[in-house]
Design a protein around this ligand. Structure first.
Ligand code: GLN
Length: 489
């Protein structure tokens, strides 16, 4: 099997040819989770009964000779901030432990309608705030390539599960890189769609103007298939946009005449081996007939402070709802409502979440609003314009996903600011609301994957996925390494 062959298509063929039943397929994944989850800590809640029930529905259809859609019966996972009716959804925070949503997120409702087989909910940084999953109240998810390294964050559990063959694909959320960075760390494909392309209804909010749901998969075609299924207008999310063309059927064709932009600033301060891998990728694209266009994007240096001001401001407001009255955890002893709320929040939130609520409340407070929040909003506008004018000279922008490879386990504990700095390549994309995909482009000396980011203009997912698909097809032998993961179907 060519490694970049769609795993979803392959399993679909096995099911429809009746080479294995959906129940057997699902049971294989449940067994795999049972044997490997203790090592990877990818899942925080495994739901085998619900998975087998969905599998039986698919088998019934197969027996009746009914046609299956591509995603039907494919075992997958959801990050634990995507609401699932009747299934605990914690955002990996003590404050939400025991919270069972009474409705489904639109993305899950859609996938359920496709008879997707959900194996369980996966690990994440608490409320999606972090880069290594270690702010999770369940402990961090580990990298399938090397367990002395993190899987990344905040959707680290999804990446650990997909990379470790504990799910075929998963949905994560990306506010400042949380789909692309763990995909990059685990040698996977991670797509952050255009803001509004996928409904956020039922996604527990971190920073609403930046959050977007997207897939983490093993191959580009899988990412396109999942994106096609979950994107589109949703009445329940007023920021979602209308139906667009499908992407998965447009990945072929050639690269001739595609203008790939290189913003010089993106290549400053990144590790030498990451830079070398990207330079090789640029050569590959040139060889495939693309035109390389160099330009400057000096505004990039403001992206990180703008992100941390805006994201924290929105978080301080979004997380105001956790008061011990409406959801999850409530402090045991208190003498007044005020004391109950204070104690609940002090005991329920972890240190990183508290740090961001404090910072966000500060930048929104009177006297500081103009100095920080308003300035950041103005700069956001300037960043949007800078990308808009860059896309007048190129069709996609090629950049690193992260300036380095997967952190060692104690990296974030050593220096929080250092960790924030590693978000430099991903956050500008959320600020500008653009789509971007991270795909593997090599390995470092330790054998850890290196990721490359292809950034598109708004709603140009097809353009970036097509470019990603071509690179993947050309280079799959060099950018993928088969891990010894037991049965890989
Ligand atoms: N690492 C970034 C942060 O800590 C991004 C998180 C995200 O995209 N949810 O904010």
């Amino acid at each position: 099997m060519q490694r970049n062959e769609s795993r979803i298509r392959r399993l679909h063929d096995l099911l429809t040819r009746k080479e294995l039943s959906c129940t057997e397929l699902t049971q294989k994944y449940i067994d795999q989770i049972e044997s490997d989850n203790a090592r990877l800590n990818a899942y925080v809640n495994v739901t085998p009964a619900q998975a087998l029930k969905s599998a039986q529905e698919v088998d019934k259809k197969l027996h009746a000779g009914e046609k299956l859609s591509l995603l039907e019966g494919i075992p997958m996972t959801l990050k634990d901030n995507i609401s699932t009716e009747g299934i605990e959804t914690t955002c990996c925070s003590n404050i939400l432990k025991g919270y069972v949503p009474i409705y489904d997120a639109t993305v899950w409702k859609t996938l359920k309608a496709h008879n997707a087989v959900m194996l369980g909910k996966t690990n994440m940084d608490e409320f999606a705030m972090g880069s290594s999953c270690d702010t999770s109240c369940f402990g961090g998810a580990l990298n399938p390539y090397n367990q002395a390294h993190v899987a990344g964050g905040s959707s680290g559990g999804v990446a650990s599960a997909v990379g470790g063959n504990l799910a075929v694909y998963g949905l994560g959320s990306d506010t400042g890189g949380s789909i692309r960075q763990p995909a990059s760390f685990c040698g996977l494909v991670g797509l952050k769609p255009t803001y509004g392309a996928v409904s956020r209804y039922g996604l527990i909010a971190y920073a609403s103007s930046l959050d977007q749901i997207g897939p983490i998969t093993s191959t580009v075609e899988d990412a396109a298939l999942v994106f096609d299924a979950i994107s589109g207008k949703d009445e329940m999310d007023s920021t979602s946009s209308g139906a667009r063309e499908t992407t998965a059927d447009k990945l072929n064709g050639d690269m001739k005449g595609l203008r790939i932009g290189i913003a010089r600033e993106y290549f400053e301060g990144i590790r030498d081996d990451v830079k070398a891998a990207l330079e090789n990728a640029i050569k590959t694209y040139e060889h495939m007939g693309a035109e390389i266009v160099y330009f400057n994007l000096p505004i990039l240096k403001y992206a990180l402070p703008v992100y941390y001001i805006l994201a924290c401001a929105e978080a301080s407001s979004n997380l105001g709802r956790y008061d011990g009255i409406r959801y999850g955890y409530r402090a045991q002893s208190y003498n007044s409502v005020h004391e109950m709320i204070c104690k609940t929040r002090s005991e329920g939130f972890g240190a990183e979440v508290k740090r961001r609520i404090l910072l966000g409340t500060y930048v929104l407070s009177s006297g500081y609003y103009d100095a920080y929040y308003k300035k950041a909003q103005n700069l956001r506008g300037t960043i949007v314009k800078a990308f808009r004018s860059a896309f007048e000279t190129c069709d996609i922008i090629l950049a690193p996903t992260v300036p380095m490879t997967a952190f060692e386990l104690n990296f974030t504990a050593k220096d929080q600011v250092e960790t924030y700095l590693t978000d430099i390549c991903t956050v500008p994309i959320n600020i500008a609301g653009l789509p971007a995909v991270s795909i593997p482009c090599g390995f470092d000396a330790k054998g850890l994957p290196i990721g490359m980011q292809l950034i598109g203009n708004t709603f140009c997912e097809t353009t970036i996925l097509k470019a990603a698909y071509h690179y993947e097809s050309e280079k799959y032998a060099e950018i993928y390494k088969e891990l010894d993961l037991g049965v890989r179907l």
